[in-house]
Ligand binder design. Structure first.
Ligand SMILES: Cc1cc2nc3c(=O)[nH]c(=O)nc-3n(C[C@H](O)[C@H](O)[C@H](O)COP(=O)(O)O)c2cc1C
Length: 187
Protein backbone atom coordinates (compact mmCIF):
# COMPACT_ATOMS: atom_id res chain seq x y z
CA UNK A 1 0.00 0.00 0.00
CA UNK A 2 1.38 3.44 -0.95
CA UNK A 3 1.87 5.85 1.97
CA UNK A 4 1.29 9.58 1.75
CA UNK A 5 2.34 12.28 4.19
CA UNK A 6 -0.46 13.74 6.29
CA UNK A 7 -0.66 16.49 8.92
CA UNK A 8 0.26 14.65 12.12
CA UNK A 9 -1.35 17.28 14.37
CA UNK A 10 -4.57 15.99 16.02
CA UNK A 11 -4.45 12.83 13.85
CA UNK A 12 -5.18 10.25 16.58
CA UNK A 13 -8.72 9.43 17.76
CA UNK A 14 -9.20 10.72 21.31
CA UNK A 15 -11.49 9.61 24.14
CA UNK A 16 -13.17 12.75 25.47
CA UNK A 17 -13.30 13.60 29.17
CA UNK A 18 -14.46 16.62 31.14
CA UNK A 19 -11.75 18.09 33.35
CA UNK A 20 -13.08 19.75 36.50
CA UNK A 21 -11.37 22.28 38.73
CA UNK A 22 -12.13 25.11 41.10
CA UNK A 23 -10.96 28.48 39.83
CA UNK A 24 -11.07 31.31 42.35
CA UNK A 25 -13.39 29.12 44.43
CA UNK A 26 -15.82 28.55 41.52
CA UNK A 27 -16.43 25.22 39.77
CA UNK A 28 -15.38 25.01 36.11
CA UNK A 29 -15.29 22.27 33.48
CA UNK A 30 -13.67 21.87 30.05
CA UNK A 31 -13.55 18.90 27.65
CA UNK A 32 -10.15 17.40 26.86
CA UNK A 33 -9.02 14.88 24.29
CA UNK A 34 -5.43 14.89 25.45
CA UNK A 35 -5.82 12.78 28.53
CA UNK A 36 -4.42 9.32 29.23
CA UNK A 37 -3.21 7.04 32.04
CA UNK A 38 0.60 7.25 32.41
CA UNK A 39 1.44 5.27 35.56
CA UNK A 40 0.18 2.00 37.01
CA UNK A 41 1.04 1.94 40.72
CA UNK A 42 -0.07 4.39 41.94
CA UNK A 43 -2.41 5.06 39.00
CA UNK A 44 -1.74 8.41 37.35
CA UNK A 45 -3.45 10.33 34.58
CA UNK A 46 -1.89 12.99 32.37
CA UNK A 47 -3.92 15.76 30.79
CA UNK A 48 -2.44 18.45 28.56
CA UNK A 49 -4.25 21.78 28.86
CA UNK A 50 -3.51 25.04 27.04
CA UNK A 51 -1.82 27.52 29.32
CA UNK A 52 -4.50 30.21 28.81
CA UNK A 53 -7.47 28.00 29.74
CA UNK A 54 -9.39 28.98 32.86
CA UNK A 55 -9.26 25.37 34.07
CA UNK A 56 -5.45 25.38 33.84
CA UNK A 57 -5.39 28.41 36.14
CA UNK A 58 -7.57 26.61 38.68
CA UNK A 59 -5.48 23.43 38.74
CA UNK A 60 -2.35 25.50 39.33
CA UNK A 61 -4.17 27.24 42.22
CA UNK A 62 -5.51 24.15 43.97
CA UNK A 63 -3.20 21.30 42.93
CA UNK A 64 -6.26 19.14 42.19
CA UNK A 65 -8.54 18.25 39.28
CA UNK A 66 -11.16 15.73 38.28
CA UNK A 67 -11.54 13.62 35.16
CA UNK A 68 -15.15 12.78 34.26
CA UNK A 69 -16.25 10.43 31.47
CA UNK A 70 -19.40 11.69 29.70
CA UNK A 71 -21.84 9.44 27.82
CA UNK A 72 -23.54 10.61 24.60
CA UNK A 73 -26.44 12.01 26.72
CA UNK A 74 -24.03 14.75 27.82
CA UNK A 75 -22.62 15.41 24.34
CA UNK A 76 -24.15 18.90 23.90
CA UNK A 77 -23.09 20.10 27.35
CA UNK A 78 -19.61 18.63 26.85
CA UNK A 79 -19.19 20.42 23.53
CA UNK A 80 -20.58 23.66 25.02
CA UNK A 81 -17.93 23.56 27.75
CA UNK A 82 -15.34 23.49 24.97
CA UNK A 83 -16.83 26.47 23.15
CA UNK A 84 -16.86 28.96 26.02
CA UNK A 85 -14.32 29.81 28.70
CA UNK A 86 -15.01 30.04 32.39
CA UNK A 87 -13.07 33.31 32.24
CA UNK A 88 -16.12 34.84 30.48
CA UNK A 89 -19.06 32.50 31.11
CA UNK A 90 -20.15 30.89 34.38
CA UNK A 91 -20.22 27.10 33.75
CA UNK A 92 -20.63 26.24 37.44
CA UNK A 93 -24.39 25.51 37.29
CA UNK A 94 -24.27 23.24 34.24
CA UNK A 95 -23.91 19.95 36.13
CA UNK A 96 -24.77 18.52 39.52
CA UNK A 97 -21.42 18.41 41.28
CA UNK A 98 -20.12 16.14 44.04
CA UNK A 99 -16.86 16.02 45.96
CA UNK A 100 -14.73 13.15 47.19
CA UNK A 101 -11.75 13.01 49.50
CA UNK A 102 -9.80 15.93 48.06
CA UNK A 103 -12.66 18.44 48.62
CA UNK A 104 -11.33 20.66 45.81
CA UNK A 105 -11.75 18.45 42.73
CA UNK A 106 -15.40 18.94 41.62
CA UNK A 107 -16.89 15.87 39.88
CA UNK A 108 -19.98 15.52 37.68
CA UNK A 109 -22.71 13.26 39.08
CA UNK A 110 -24.20 12.55 35.62
CA UNK A 111 -20.89 11.24 34.26
CA UNK A 112 -20.81 7.48 34.89
CA UNK A 113 -17.08 7.40 35.72
CA UNK A 114 -15.12 9.99 37.72
CA UNK A 115 -11.55 10.29 38.98
CA UNK A 116 -10.36 12.75 41.59
CA UNK A 117 -6.69 13.56 41.09
CA UNK A 118 -3.96 15.26 43.10
CA UNK A 119 -1.32 16.97 40.96
CA UNK A 120 1.87 14.91 41.12
CA UNK A 121 3.88 16.78 38.51
CA UNK A 122 3.40 19.75 36.18
CA UNK A 123 5.28 19.73 32.88
CA UNK A 124 5.44 23.03 30.95
CA UNK A 125 5.29 22.43 27.19
CA UNK A 126 5.49 25.05 24.41
CA UNK A 127 1.72 25.65 24.19
CA UNK A 128 0.28 23.43 26.91
CA UNK A 129 0.78 22.48 30.53
CA UNK A 130 0.81 18.73 31.12
CA UNK A 131 -0.63 17.87 34.50
CA UNK A 132 0.19 14.42 35.82
CA UNK A 133 -2.33 13.64 38.52
CA UNK A 134 -2.36 10.76 40.96
CA UNK A 135 -5.81 9.18 41.02
CA UNK A 136 -6.82 9.46 44.67
CA UNK A 137 -10.23 7.83 44.15
CA UNK A 138 -12.13 6.48 41.13
CA UNK A 139 -15.95 6.32 41.15
CA UNK A 140 -18.44 4.58 38.82
CA UNK A 141 -22.23 4.42 38.71
CA UNK A 142 -23.37 1.08 40.07
CA UNK A 143 -25.66 0.56 37.05
CA UNK A 144 -22.67 0.46 34.68
CA UNK A 145 -20.30 -1.50 36.90
CA UNK A 146 -19.60 -5.21 36.39
CA UNK A 147 -17.38 -7.00 38.95
CA UNK A 148 -16.20 -3.62 40.24
CA UNK A 149 -15.10 -2.43 36.79
CA UNK A 150 -16.78 0.09 34.48
CA UNK A 151 -18.68 -1.52 31.60
CA UNK A 152 -17.52 0.75 28.80
CA UNK A 153 -19.79 -0.76 26.17
CA UNK A 154 -22.75 0.30 28.34
CA UNK A 155 -21.16 3.69 29.12
CA UNK A 156 -20.35 4.32 25.44
CA UNK A 157 -17.71 7.04 25.99
CA UNK A 158 -17.29 9.73 23.36
CA UNK A 159 -14.35 9.44 20.97
CA UNK A 160 -13.32 12.49 18.95
CA UNK A 161 -11.83 12.47 15.45
CA UNK A 162 -10.54 15.81 14.27
CA UNK A 163 -10.23 15.11 10.54
CA UNK A 164 -14.01 15.60 10.48
CA UNK A 165 -14.58 17.11 13.96
CA UNK A 166 -16.96 14.31 14.90
CA UNK A 167 -17.87 12.57 18.14
CA UNK A 168 -18.20 8.81 17.88
CA UNK A 169 -19.39 6.18 20.34
CA UNK A 170 -17.06 3.44 21.54
CA UNK A 171 -18.74 0.63 19.60
CA UNK A 172 -18.64 -3.08 20.36
CA UNK A 173 -15.51 -4.98 21.38
CA UNK A 174 -13.75 -6.54 18.37
CA UNK A 175 -11.31 -8.86 20.17
CA UNK A 176 -9.78 -9.91 23.48
CA UNK A 177 -6.67 -8.05 24.64
CA UNK A 178 -3.61 -9.98 25.89
CA UNK A 179 -5.25 -13.01 24.34
CA UNK A 180 -5.94 -12.66 20.60
CA UNK A 181 -2.19 -12.63 19.84
CA UNK A 182 -1.47 -15.82 21.76
CA UNK A 183 -2.09 -17.95 18.67
CA UNK A 184 0.95 -16.29 17.05
CA UNK A 185 3.39 -17.01 19.92
CA UNK A 186 6.04 -19.45 18.66
CA UNK A 187 6.16 -22.56 20.81
C1 LIG B 1 -13.93 17.97 22.10
C2 LIG B 1 -12.93 18.97 22.62
C3 LIG B 1 -11.70 18.54 23.11
C4 LIG B 1 -10.76 19.44 23.60
N1 LIG B 1 -9.56 18.98 24.08
C5 LIG B 1 -8.69 19.87 24.62
C6 LIG B 1 -7.46 19.39 25.21
O1 LIG B 1 -7.17 18.20 25.27
N2 LIG B 1 -6.61 20.32 25.71
C7 LIG B 1 -6.89 21.67 25.68
O2 LIG B 1 -6.07 22.47 26.17
N3 LIG B 1 -8.06 22.14 25.16
C8 LIG B 1 -8.96 21.27 24.66
N4 LIG B 1 -10.16 21.71 24.15
C9 LIG B 1 -10.47 23.16 24.22
C10 LIG B 1 -11.05 23.59 25.59
O3 LIG B 1 -11.95 22.61 26.09
C11 LIG B 1 -11.80 24.94 25.42
O4 LIG B 1 -10.92 25.92 24.96
C12 LIG B 1 -12.52 25.35 26.69
O5 LIG B 1 -13.45 26.36 26.35
C13 LIG B 1 -11.60 25.87 27.79
O6 LIG B 1 -12.42 26.21 28.87
P1 LIG B 1 -11.90 27.03 30.13
O7 LIG B 1 -11.22 28.30 29.63
O8 LIG B 1 -13.17 27.34 30.91
O9 LIG B 1 -10.96 26.16 30.87
C14 LIG B 1 -11.09 20.83 23.63
C15 LIG B 1 -12.33 21.28 23.15
C16 LIG B 1 -13.24 20.35 22.65
C17 LIG B 1 -14.58 20.82 22.14
Amino acid sequence: MEKREINGNFALPMPIVLIGAEVGGKVNFMPAGWCTQVNGNPPMILCALARNHHTTKGILETGAFSVNVPSPALLDKTDYCGLVSGAEVDKSGLFEVFYGKLKKAPMIRDCPVNFECRVFQTVPLPSHTAFIGEIVTAYADEAVTVDGKPDYVAINPLVLTMADNAYHGLGEAVGNAWSAGKALIQK
